[in-house]
Ligand binder design. Structure first.
Ligand code: PGA
Length: 255
């Protein structure tokens, strides 16, 4: 399976900074062969990113979407609006949206379904908090999040879905999960898919690890049998650092 490395910029970069980053990163895109690279800027920078990435292999993702196509939802953005800018992927259920904006499993499930129906590829984020981990609830939490997210999905429709295992305590802390923990979470996720949607849906599923991924640790994650990429926050904000991270991933995957 092709590695997928996604830059989640969160609420960083205006349009000019986005364009500068995209021009810088695409200068080396020939070195990205074998890795699907995507940038998820804020909504307000999507147009600048789309223009700067025209003709590039680097793809565009959004950080969130609403599950309705249009309507009275002040402040929200719908899938067709994202598609207008050439957006291919959308992050759904990031822990910052779950914990800071109160998104629940049901809403996450509605977004996953709406994204798939619209032709966007969802990157579904799941992961336990530090407290849940200390209480040995990781498996339960992942199963609950996955169950909500996959509710009502037809097995034949999930081919483009990506799942990112992002333990909340590892996000932005500099304290990445151990490779053992990342691998067991990824195995659990794949098993869940198999039980719920069948072998076809589970065998093609791409699972990323996210949480304090950097150039010097990505190699150990992509070398894991069940992990095939990363969702990267802080280390994706600077073009040189992000390029180094992609190179490190390629090297580790090949070795
Ligand atoms: P981080 O963020 O790489 O800065 O830990 C990852 C994420 O939130 O997706």
């Amino acid at each position: 399976m092709e590695l997928i490395i996604a830059a989640n910029w969160k609420m960083h970069k205006n349009a000019a900074e986005t364009a500068a980053f995209c021009h810088a990163i695409r200068r080396n895109e020939a070195d990205f062969t074998g890795v699907e690279v995507l940038i998820c800027p804020p909504f307000t920078a999507l147009a600048a990113a789309a223009a700067a990435l025209e003709g590039s292999t680097v793809k565009l993702g959004a950080q969130n979407m609403h599950f309705e196509h249009q309507g009275a939802f002040t402040g929200e953005v719908a899938a067709p609006m994202l598609l207008e800018y050439g957006v291919e992927y959308v992050i759904v259920g990031h822990s910052e949206r779950r914990h800071l904006m109160g998104e629940d499993d049901r809403q996450v499930g509605q977004k996953v379904k709406a994204a798939l129906e619209s032709g966007l590829k969802p990157i579904l984020c799941v992961g336990e908090t530090e407290k849940e981990r200390e209480q040995s609830l990781t498996e339960k939490v992942l199963e609950k999040q996955l169950s909500g997210a996959l509710e009502g999905l037809d097995p034949g429709t999930t081919g483009s879905l990506v799942v990112a295992y992002e333990p909340v305590w590892a996000i932005g802390t500099g304290r990445a999960a151990s490779t053992d923990d990342a691998e067991s979470a990824a195995l659990l996720i794949r098993q869940f898919f198999q039980n719920k949607l069948g072998i076809n849906a589970s065998s093609g599923l791409r699972i990323q690890y996210g949480g304090s991924v950097k150039a010097d640790n990505i190699g150990s994650f992509v070398a894991l049998p069940s992990v095939c990429g990363a969702l990267v926050g802080g280390a994706s904000l600077e073009a040189d650092a992000f390029r180094a991270l992609i190179q490190a991933a390629r090297k580790a995957e090949k070795s």
